[in-house]
Design a protein around this ligand. Sequence first.
Ligand code: NDP
Ligand code: PYC
Length: 342
Amino acid sequence: MSAHPDTAVAHMPFADLQALLQRIFVKHGTSEAVARALAFNCASAQRDGAHSHGVFRIPGYVSTLASGWVDGKAVPEVEDVASGYVRVDAKGGFAQPALAAARGLLVEKVRSAGIAVLAIHNSHHFAALWPDVEPFADEGLVALSVVNSMTCVVPHGARKPLFGTNPIAFAAPCAGSDPIVFDMATSAIAHGDVQIAARKGQMLPEGMGVDSQGQPTCDPQKILEGGALLPFGGHKGSALSMMVELLAAALTGGNFSFEFDWSQHPGAKTPWTGQLLIVIDPSRSQGNHFAERSHELVRQMQAVGLTRMPGERRYREREQSAKVGVTLTVSELEQLQVLTQS
Ligand code: NDP
Ligand code: PYC
């Protein structure tokens, strides 16, 4: 008996997956440049086992492009506004090509001023955030990024949802190892993981969300059908989520998570908001010692019993993907192949 396509797995080289995704993006209305940026991001998430933002997201990208909600051919406009400040208008397109367009100028400013900010607005971010920060740490820089999303999180102490799932990602170099990276939603669970649990018919742990009546529920379907999520860590996560709204939207000129209305675009899934990156050159205060100090911190954390660093699971998955290829289910692969045709 052969395995079910939802559980049977296929493996493919990273470059092949990236090329397949790139074809899908172009087929469904993006420019080659946008397709390259999104395909690299999405294939990287799949390669690293970041499944809530890997190929799982492709149907959402496709339906959003079809709805006319996002401009898949937008050409970002980069503005050099100050010695440590770059601003980008993504022109209603995706955030990743906007970052790619401004990256060279941003790094130039970080190297000359020691720190620089990249403020992206009028942008859609539908992806994991770590791919936006990790490459800076590979270059010896420290990077922090925040992005806001769509209203689905009830601020601590409030009655109705207002915030997005609003992730924060951080990356820092570490001597002798991969960069230290964390990337976390400020909601108790990412919206993508709620969708995955609903699809699998699995219940969530307690404390993640509420139903349409505001009552606590572990049923992901009830959260998706008129319910909402809670911030992680009560008032503390709620404050961080508020900070993300301020930095990613108020500061950049993007929409708050509650400010856009996609109801006239059935199929639209990508939040139309903003993103902030802060990048620091640690050599300005620590000479070449920052990466050694990072390593020392990790060593001490391990000495008190820590067995797993944030980012470590992804690096392990990445290593495994390099050996055997990127893992997808047979259903996912079949679905991708269909999307290259229609
Ligand atoms: P997780 O809760 O799975 O993980 C958060 C962080 O904690 C990761 O860096 C993870 O490392 C680390 N971690 C997890 N478990 C442990 C552990 N036991 N010990 C030490 N570290 C641990 O992520 P979320 O569900 O909060 O977010 C998932 C993704 O969703 C993120 O990539 C985020 O950017 C994305 N997202 C995107 C949004 C958008 O608007 N674009 C909105 C909301 C979320 P590791 O990666 O190695 O597991
Ligand atoms: O998983 O919460 C999420 C999310 C929102 C936008 C993109 N991903």
